[in-house]
Ligand binder design. Structure first.
Ligand SMILES: NC(=O)c1ccc[n+]([C@@H]2O[C@H](COP(=O)([O-])OP(=O)(O)OC[C@H]3O[C@@H](n4cnc5c(N)ncnc54)[C@H](OP(=O)(O)O)[C@@H]3O)[C@@H](O)[C@H]2O)c1
Length: 328
């Protein structure tokens, strides 16, 4: 099969289209003939040598794919309600940038009705991450107020739409007025250009000093102290990335006085059973929102796999709004 590999850690040019042996699905797995694969920031970190491959996972980058089922144990496939040739999308722990990709059956979902394979390939990584952190971990409830940093990131465009569909009031931050306009188009009730305005003051103004119930953060560092000032009583902060650094100094007394929760997680190293539970929740609760048109994939640009380096360079330029996808 053709695949995009990381030849050594470094700049986008270390990504190279190459030939690899076809993978074979083992017990509990199926083989997908990949039509498209999403590009995510963790792929960039992996390429730079900053995100180790979990034990047993493919060394090829790529955490999400969509395509058709090409091979699987017949009984296991039937038990999962799939058949050979069905269109699925899958969350994988690696190996997505390839013509063939092995996925745990439990991490596969049917392509939502009405979506192309390219659109479906843009879903799993951010939908699993947002569901796990915003709804399972931070327990966002209808009627609550939600703040997402990086509203036009792949994670952000999913978080805005999912929180809105769940009945929350949504505030998003982004680094330009164009990006803020995109956040509002995607359903955010308020968007803050964090380069022009202090997001703490803006959140206090928007919420009449009450604060927000849940924050999804991908910055950390100096943001943590400022985010605690944005939280309402019993507020929950979930950190999913540390783009602003790992060291944070904050008023711990505020955590006590206002009963705040600081949490976080990384999805990739979690066991299949954990991801399977998220897949079931997504299928039951979120797939109907997609099929009803309440949540739409937000794809900024598609690339042939031979141009994976250009896709990574675009991601690192932070120009994009939404997802980048490699299409075979
Ligand atoms: N923990 C997990 O399980 C998990 C899973 C998936 C992804 N992630 C992480 O989540 C983040 C987003 O991933 P992605 O694939 O969606 O990446 P992406 O599309 O490349 O988004 C990165 C975003 O970070 C924003 N950003 C950077 N500095 C910021 C700041 N100071 N304030 C507000 N926003 C800032 C950028 O927005 P502006 O241009 O507007 O600044 C950009 O939209 C990445 O850091 C990734 O590693 C974590």
């Amino acid at each position: 099969m053709k695949a995009v590999e990381i030849t050594s850690y470094g700049a986008p040019e270390v990504l190279r289209l190459t030939e690899r042996p076809d993978p074979v699905a083992g017990a509990g797995e199926l083989l997908i003939r990949v039509a498209a694969a999403g590009v995510n920031r963790p792929d960039v970190l992996q390429r730079k040598g900053m995100y180790p491959v979990p034990p047993g996972a493919s060394d090829l980058p790529g955490l999400e794919v969509a395509g058709t089922i090409a091979q699987c144990d017949a009984a296991e496939l039937a038990a999962a309600g799939f058949k050979i040739g069905d269109r699925v999308c899958a969350l994988v722990a690696g190996g997505g940038y390839a013509e063939l990709c092995v996925a745990p059956i439990a991490q596969c979902l049917p392509v939502p009705a009405g979506l192309s394979d390219t659109q479906a390939a843009s879903l799993p990584e951010t939908f699993f991450t947002v569901w796990s952190n915003v709804f399972d971990r931070a327990r966002l409830q209808p009627g609550e107020t939600f703040l997402v940093q990086g509203g036009t990131s792949g994670i952000g465009v999913t978080a805005i739409q999912m929180a809105k569909a769940a009945g929350a009031t949504v505030i998003a931050t982004a680094g330009s007025d164009d990006k803020c306009a995109a956040c509002v188009r995607l359903g955010a009730d308020h968007a803050i250009n964090y380069r022009d305005k202090d997001f703490v003051e803006e959140v206090q103004r928007i919420t009449a000093k009450r604060g927000v119930d849940v924050i999804l953060d991908m910055v950390a560092g100096a943001y943590v102290a400022r985010e605690l000032k944005c939280l309402a009583e019993d507020g929950r902060l979930v950190i999913i990335a540390v783009q602003g650094g790992v060291d944070a100094t904050f008023d711990a007394g505020m955590v006590l006085r206002r009963r705040l929760t600081i949490s976080g997680s990384t999805l990739r190293p979690r066991p299949v059973a954990f991801k399977a539970a998220i897949a079931q929740a997504l299928r039951a609760k979120v797939w109907p929102w997609i099929e009803a048109g309440r949540i739409k994939p937000e794809i900024y640009k598609m690339f042939p796999p031979g141009e994976a380096a250009q896709a990574h360079a675009l991601m690192e330029s932070n120009q994009h709004i939404g997802k980048l996808v490699l299409v075979w």
